[in-house]
Design a protein around this ligand. Structure first.
Ligand code: SF4
Length: 331
């Protein structure tokens, strides 16, 4: 049964839910996690498949029809394709997508496509093996590229988007190899500005290589034509004027897209985050496990979302980096 649409106090309708299904990851990306990893949640602390499905069913009946599955690295959660199938079966879930580092895609691509995942975002920050290793602390590029190829062999899996985090002093050398990839393959490459959500708290504004700077590097070689930004979308997409392919820029630091933000997040342990940079969270696991009805959960969710932040304050005086790191939020 459809419930009233979920809205925040600024009049924005919420339509996109990011669900972190685990805080664990098999990579140690420098812009996200310390080399030694983090203290992982215990099994009983994270939501079960049934609990995730119940919350997604409730939220989707409030108009949150797009669901993205994230982590940590979602494919390390045992039985993940089964969860994907449970969510794909929900009548009010219209789009089901996953963000993955691609390391386990060769193994799981078919199961995920069969489970009903519509869209895939694969995080790849370098196309050079040694530099990939330098950034992720894993010698995994060949495995990731094989996984991408396997995924691309399923027509249902397209569009496949490749997300590269842009860091000054590292990504400049990666721009043209990624441009070539976007021009010769069906993958849509997007560069994402580095955000202050890293475990080492090493982020600084100087370390952000902006979308505009990368666009200038691209245009010096290949002219670009804007395709515009879809409502609520994070990426500004361009097509090459002199050939096939698209490239996108996600610029949360230099060109924030908060005004029409329609996103909320659910952490692996069942906390509702109304913004990527929230300093407050709402616990849904406790009422869920205490036997709360859907109506009670709905009331808690609506109250929390009504207080959703208007925007982030990155780069402003007084900005406070959230205690929770990207790996425990899921992007
Ligand atoms: S920073 Fe917060 S308000 Fe802005 S787009 Fe991201 S989630 Fe939305």
């Amino acid at each position: 049964m459809a419930l009233d649409p979920l809205r925040d106090g600024h009049g924005r309708s919420i339509g996109d839910l990011r669900v972190s299904v685990t805080d664990r990851c098999n990579f140690r990306c420098q812009y996200c996690m310390p080399a030694e990893g983090l203290r992982w949640l215990e099994r009983e602390q994270i939501l079960t498949f049934e609990e995730i499905t119940r919350l997604v069913a409730l939220l989707s009946s409030m108009g949150v029809h797009d669901v993205r599955l994230t982590g940590g690295e979602p494919l390390v959660r045992r039985g993940f394709p089964r969860l994907a199938a449970m969510l794909a079966d929900l009548p009010d879930v219209r789009e089901l997508s996953v963000t993955t580092n691609g390391f386990l895609l060769e193994r799981d691509a078919e199961a995920l496509v069969r489970a009903g995942i519509d869209r895939f975002n694969v995080s790849v920050d370098s196309l050079q093996r040694d530099r990939f290793y330098q950034l992720t602390r894993r010698d995994a590029l060949p495995q990731v590229l094989r996984g991408l190829e396997r995924l691309a062999s399923f027509p249902e899996a397209h569009p496949i988007k490749i997300n590269a985090v842009a860091i000054r002093g590292f990504t400049e050398e990666e721009v043209l190899p990624f441009v070539q990839l976007a021009r010769r393959t069906p993958y849509e490459v997007r560069f994402i500005e580095f955000m202050p959500l890293d475990g080492d708290r090493a982020w600084s504004e100087e370390s952000v290589l902006t979308g505009a700077e990368i666009r200038a590097l691209v245009q010096a070689v290949h002219p670009l034509e804007p395709c515009g930004r879809e409502p609520h979308a994070t990426a500004r997409v361009y097509r090459f004027a002199d050939g096939p392919g698209k490239i996108g820029f996600i610029n949360p630091v230099s060109e924030p897209f908060c005004a029409d933000c329609n996103r909320i997040r659910l952490t692996a342990e069942g906390r509702l985050r109304t913004c990527l940079f929230s300093l407050h969270e709402t616990d849904l696991r406790s009422p869920l496990r205490a036997g709360a009805s859907d109506a009670e959960l709905e009331r808690i969710i609506r109250q929390a979302v009504w207080r959703k932040e208007l925007k982030h304050h990155v780069g402003e005086p007084g900005f406070i980096q959230p205690a929770r790191t990207m790996s425990a939020i899921g992007g």
